[in-house]
Design a protein around this ligand. Structure first.
Ligand code: C2O
Ligand code: CU
Ligand code: CU
Length: 503
């Protein structure tokens, strides 16, 4: 496929979804998951799986503590699961990987299937593990064994710090190909305290969902399907074992886009929605100057105080809230966002063209928030240790937590509601580890101080090769069954996920 030259396509901003009703103190939304096509690369149409026909899906804008209900209808050819990443959500709305929304006419819908009907958990067929393909129809042979509905209401209390959350597919064994095909969108939570800080807002606050993709000659998304004949040849690695990378960098669904800005401060709400690619972002001007990246927030909202970076690492599923000041760039000048870890075309991410002088009433306060939890190691009632390593599972390669691949029928960890715990996470290679339900703080990296971008409240932490990272959290939200997993989406599908029961 012909790739567009960098920094030519305008940056799209995902549409904001309108609620169908706001009565009774609840914002109600409806979303249909359906197939659609988009002209991502010039002259070709790319078939996608979408929320509401767009990639990224529409953005939901919420106020803190104002509950939201989203009714999802599945018109895709496969079952789906919706998870609000970073949400403090009750277990029945958290998108457990076997809590399916079935498409109409899916085999078994007649058995389990009046809308809203619950069939209970357990007995899930694990044979789909490691057998990826784009149709995603393996591995779900007995829908009676899992919880299924044709539509599903997801309720989000949003009793949490204002933050950039994101929703995405979470179906067991097929999360990676589903996200790859387009099932991801943003959900922003706001409150008055944050707004009173006068950070750049309105046109000067930009959501940036970065995701790499690969394309076939006809414009369709290329995702490596495992050729069963490869499996029999000794020494041949499954092609996606390390995770799937693309050679086209999309921001908000557009390849290497450009955005016109005022010579003023902008608030960039960056999400790495890539399946497996890590980035180290820097902002470089035409004349080779590096602009400061002033981080004001992390996965779970505002930092205590801003942290200035020259470059900013971001692992899959992490979010950074960053203020960049374009006022020192001459009018007509350009600022490129590049990935120091990329090469050739994967080095470029996007660009800003500084179009005009403008007034700027925004500021970055020296104190951004005072409500961050201050858990100390001595507050923890226990320390647990988990290894994140490659291993053999069911005769093939997989990714394991504590030596085990994911099993929905096994409880891996039971924690008591309200307990503070330290978790020591040990990695062989890069693993971005994500906890559902609760935010955590990074205590240490291999016995040393956390990195500058570990500040604040996180829900995903990037374990680097060979590292042991300690995190601390309080399991204070809800009781029920949740997950923790690697957010390299292929690792997650290949077993690197575990059950966390809050009792
Ligand atoms: Cu972003 Cu369990 O997921
Ligand atoms: Cu999550
Ligand atoms: Cu991993």
């Amino acid at each position: 496929v012909p790739l567009p030259p960098p920094f030519q396509v305008p940056l799209p901003i995902p549409p904001v979804l309108k609620p169908v009703s706001t009565s009774g103190g609840v914002d109600r939304y409806e979303m249909t998951q359906r197939e659609a096509t988009a002209e991502i690369l010039p002259g070709v149409r790319t078939p996608l799986w979408t929320y509401e026909g767009t990639f990224p899906g529409p953005t939901i804008e919420s106020r803190r503590r104002r509950p939201v209900t989203v009714t999802h209808r599945n018109e895709l050819p496969v079952p789906t699961v919706v998870h609000l990443h970073g949400g403090r959500t009750r277990a029945d709305s958290d998108g457990y990987p076997t809590d399916l929304v079935l498409p109409e006419g899916w085999p078994g819908t007649a058995v389990g299937a009046a809308p809203g009907m619950r069939n209970g958990h357990g007995g899930h067929d694990m044979s789909g593990h490691g057998r990826h393909d784009m149709s995603g129809t393996h591995g779900m042979h007995d829908p009676r064994a899992v919880e299924t509905t044709l539509t599903r209401d997801y309720t989000f209390p949003l009793d949490q710090r204002p933050a950039l959350l994101w929703y995405h597919d979470h179906r067991m064994d097929f999360t990676a190909p589903a996200i790859w095909r387009g099932l991801a969108g943003l959900h922003i939570v706001r409150d008055d305290a944050e707004e009173s800080l006068c950070l750049p807002a309105g046109r000067r606050e930009l959501p940036l969902m970065i995701a790499d993709r690969a394309f076939s000659a006809d414009g369709s998304l290329a995702y490596p399907a495992l050729d069963p004949t490869l499996r029999k040849q000794p020494g041949v690695q499954e092609p996606y074992l390390a995770g799937v990378l693309g050679d086209v960098i999309l921001v908000n669904g557009a390849p290497w886009p450009v955005h016109e800005v005022d010579a003023a401060r902008y608030r960039l709400r960056v999400l790495n929605a890539s399946n497996a690619r890590h980035y180290e972002l820097e902002a470089v001007t035409d004349d080779g100057r590096r602009l400061d990246l002033v981080q004001v927030g992390a996965d779970q909202g505002l930092l205590a105080a801003p942290v200035t970076h020259r470059f900013l690492p971001i692992a899959p599923a992490e979010r950074h809230d960053v203020v960049v000041d374009f006022s020192s760039v001459p009018i007509g000048g350009r600022v490129m966002v590049v990935n120091r870890l990329g090469s050739g075309r994967t080095r470029d991410v996007m660009a800003f063209r500084v179009a005009r002088k403008a007034k700027d009433g925004s500021r970055v306060a020296r104190v951004l928030s005072t409500d961050l939890p201050t858990w100390r190691r001595s507050d923890a009632v226990r320390v647990r240790e988990f290894s994140f390593r490659a291993g053999r599972m069911r005769g093939g390669h997989g990714w394991l937590i504590g030596g085990k691949p994911f099993d929905p029928a096994r409880t891996d960890v039971t924690v008591r509601l309200g307990d503070i715990e330290v978790w020591r996470l040990i990695a062989d290679v890069h693993h971005p580890v994500h906890l559902h339900l609760v935010g955590f703080r990074v205590l240490s990296r291999s016995g040393r101080r956390p990195l500058p971008h570990d500040a604040g409240l996180k829900d995903t932490v990037s374990l680097r090769p060979g590292e042991a990272v300690e995190i601390i959290t309080r399991f204070d939200a809800y009781r029920g069954r949740y997950l923790f997993h690697c957010h390299n989406a292929e690792h997650e599908d290949m077993g690197m996920m575990a059950n966390l029961e809050v009792t």
